[in-house]
Every structure is written in C-alpha cells, then in structure tokens.
Design a protein around this ligand. Sequence first.
Ligand SMILES: C[S@@+](CC[C@H](N)C(=O)[O-])C[C@H]1O[C@@H](n2cnc3c(N)ncnc32)[C@H](O)[C@@H]1O
Length: 273
Amino acid sequence: MNWREAWERKYRERHGKPEPEDWGTVAEDYSQWNKSIDYEYGKRAVEALQEVIKPDFEGLDIGAGPGTITIPLAKRMRMVTAIEPTQEMVWHLMRNVVGEGIGNIEVTNKSWQEVDDASIRKRFDIVACSHLLWQFEDIDTQLKRMESTARRYCCVVHPAGGRGMIIRSLWSEIMGKEYRGEIDPDLDDIVFAILRERGILVNVRVINYTDRRSVEQEERHIASLLGRWTEITPALGKTIREAVLKESRDGMYEGKSHAVVMWWKTPNMVPLL
Ligand SMILES: C[S@@+](CC[C@H](N)C(=O)[O-])C[C@H]1O[C@@H](n2cnc3c(N)ncnc32)[C@H](O)[C@@H]1O
C-alpha cells in the first residue's frame, strides 16, 4: 500500500470540491465554539500529552485558529508560538488570549509553508497541529518540516470517529448512498501509517469532547459542509433547520464528538536532563 498516494487521493477528492470554508468567515463561530465548551477539545488534547509536557517547555502550534489548543498548551508551558495565516483567526486568538489572562503566546501571521523552517531548526520542545494536516497535499514533506523544528516531540490532533448523525443522514439523503466519511475523512489512520513506515513509534489517545453551538451556528456549520456537495436551497435550509431543532434544547445544539491525539519522539530527540 502506498500511503502517500492514498493521502494525495483523499486530498484531491476533498479539494476537488469548492473549498469547505473560507477561514475568515468562520473565525467568529469557531472562536465561539471554543468558548462555549470552555476549550474542552484543547484541554483534553493537552491532558493526553501530560506525560510528555513540562512547565519549562516552549511549543509551536501550527494553524492555531482562535486558540483551540494554543491556549490550553500555553497554560501548561512557558511559551507557545502560534502560526496562523488567517487575519480574522489571529484577531480572535489575540482576543481569547487576553480573555484568558495569559501573556505567553507569540503569533506569526503566516501559513506554515511560508515559514522558514531552517531559521527555527530544533527550537521547540513540542510542535503540534490540530485539525490542519488535510490542508497539505505533500503530507510527508510537511510532517518532516514539523519534525525539523522540534527538539523533542511532535503532536497531531485530528477529529476522528465520523461526523455527527445529522450531517451523515442528510448527506446520505441528498446523495442517495451510505455516508462513508466523504465530507471530512478522518485521515489520522493514514498519518499513522506514513509515520510507522518510517519506523516512528506513534502514541495514540482517543479524546471525547462536547460539540455545543447555538441552533443558528449549527445550521451554518452543516450548510457550509453540505454546500460543497449540493446547493443549499431554501427547502434544504428548512430541512437542516428542522433536523437541528429536533436535536436541540433551549436554542442550543449539543452532541458528543471524538478526536485522536498522536504524539511521537522526533528522530534525534534531545534527551531531557
Ligand atoms: C480547522 S481550523 C483548525 C484550528 C485549530 N487548530 C483547531 O484545532 O480548532 C484550520 C486552521 O488552519 C489554518 N490554516 C489553513 N491553511 C494553513 C496553512 N497552510 N498553514 C497554517 N495554517 C493554516 C486556518 O486559517 C484555520 O485557522
């Protein structure tokens, strides 16, 4: 099995459709989601890393968004650098950092590909990214670039275990076939296999977190995902609304979701004293 080709095929399947989100337009909802669950996703991810993280660590979070894992990481270590290309995300990140009363986060407003990795070689004790890798077609190159900037550990957090039931059943209804992860394939399995092929021993933990959004936010979220496959007509908009309302209480939708946290020692890891 050629895992790199498998990744590239999945990448092309996903990116052959209109872009899922313009990150700027979803920044506010993304930030709100984090706050409404009190950074539960990021906190659980950081808890899964507790055996490796040390208070004097310096970390790098690539594709930080509004601070989903950046903020929980910064609460557990000396310093975190966040790389985030979308201006609106950076704005929310800075606002959330102030809201959380922390001052140990530095932000670089660039894409990961624009970062000169040679200038930050082996600078960070841990280099992490969450819900990001599917932005990269050349997965192997980007994982190796991550590793080159890490002194000790690399970490990938990725949603896994499938989308919520509303999206799955609406997608099946629209497409007339069983849903098999087409909207947002898990992909953690391929990352695992690519790393294992290089002889890297990958630690994996499953985390559970709550998905909580207002009914309107959940409707927008579902419409933005299904909109890649079909036009969101007024009739479909109404169907989405009814499905969300059925699963909501007091104007809020709540569901359970899962993610995997993978971490590994970087090749030539600097030993801890
Ligand atoms: C799905 S969001 C994930 C945000 C956050 N890490 C989380 O787990 O919630 C993807 C983020 O990656 C950023 N992004 C997209 N392409 C990127 C790239 N080439 N380099 C770095 N970040 C990127 C987007 O702006 C967005 O904030």
